[in-house]
Design a protein around this ligand. Structure first.
Ligand SMILES: C[S@@+](CC[C@H](N)C(=O)[O-])C[C@H]1O[C@@H](n2cnc3c(N)ncnc32)[C@H](O)[C@@H]1O
Length: 245
């Protein structure tokens, strides 16, 4: 049994080792289409001072210029990479369970593509996030989905996940339950079939030269799947809610 301090060190080491080449690994058309859809979803909720939890190599700053941006990240190397790319932005090494900010410091908080799955105490983590976000502020969290945990063939690229590091893969129900202290919670899946489509095209020799714009359109069209398929069937999911006033 790995103790918590050691588990956090392992996460940090794992992402340190992944830093070189990380951006390249997530720069294909599928990822760019997903990023575009995710940005469309979160953009209306990003305002004022923004906390990016598990900021990685600074993806959010790559996508949009947010003057009030503050990122925290447990990997030193990822943090250095984010700072090198965005020297005008605040990015610091910190553990998301103990945020180095006073109460009510942020107007909104976001966590993209997986960091909260690395918390084995997600209720405590949410309390800590709520502490630093003003009442009425928006909180947007993307844990890994159960589908990713099952390593279902998703085509195109693999997910940066390491079996030896314990983490939680979420169902929609679990994320709704976690976010229940928030107001106006909605949870949605992103990318139910796009990877299946690109994999199918590859296997059938139909070519793989789709543009990110075409794939974004595909993701837009499959939004209706949210009505009938639980979010854990998707490659990604996002939960959004408001810190109660
Ligand atoms: C899959 S990456 C996503 C990075 C970035 N949000 C993105 O979308 O490119 C998950 C990130 O969460 C970070 N992370 C994991 N546990 C953390 C913790 N306890 N505190 C802060 N960051 C953490 C990892 O170091 C890693 O950079």
């Amino acid at each position: 049994m790995v103790d918590e301090a050691e588990r956090l060190r392992n996460i940090s080491k794992y992402y340190d080792e992944l830093t070189d080449g990380y951006d390249e690994g997530y720069s294909n058309e599928v990822c760019r289409a997903e990023d575009s859809v995710v940005l469309d979803i979160i953009r209306p909720y990003l305002r004022g001072k923004i906390l990016d939890i598990g900021a990685g190599s600074g993806l959010l700053c790559d996508l949009v210029n947010l003057p009030g941006y503050h990122g925290i990240e447990i990997s030193h190397k990822m943090t250095s990479e984010a700072k090198a790319k965005h020297p005008d932005k605040h990015v610091a090494v910190a553990d998301m369970h103990s945020l180095p900010f006073p109460d009510n410091f942020f107007d909104s908080a976001v966590s993209l593509y997986g960091p909260i799955s690395y918390s084995l105490t997600p209720e405590d983590l949410l309390s800590e996030i709520r502490r630093v976000v003003v009442p009425g502020g928006n909180i947007m969290l993307m844990p890994y989905t159960l589908r990713v945990g099952h390593k279902i063939e998703i085509g195109g690229y693999s997910t940066a996940t390491e079996d030896s590091i314990q983490k939680i893969y979420y169902t929609q129900e679990q994320l709704v339950e976690l976010l229940s202290p928030l107001e106006g919670v909605h949870v949605m899946g992103i990318n139910y079939f796009l990877n299946t489509f690109t994999r199918f095209s590859q296997i059938m020799g139909l070519g793989n030269d789709h543009t990110a714009e075409q794939l974004t359109l595909f993701l837009e069209k499959e939004k209706s799947m949210r009505e009938i398929l639980p979010a854990e069937f998707a490659r990604h999911m996002i939960g959004i809610g408001k810190n109660p006033v």
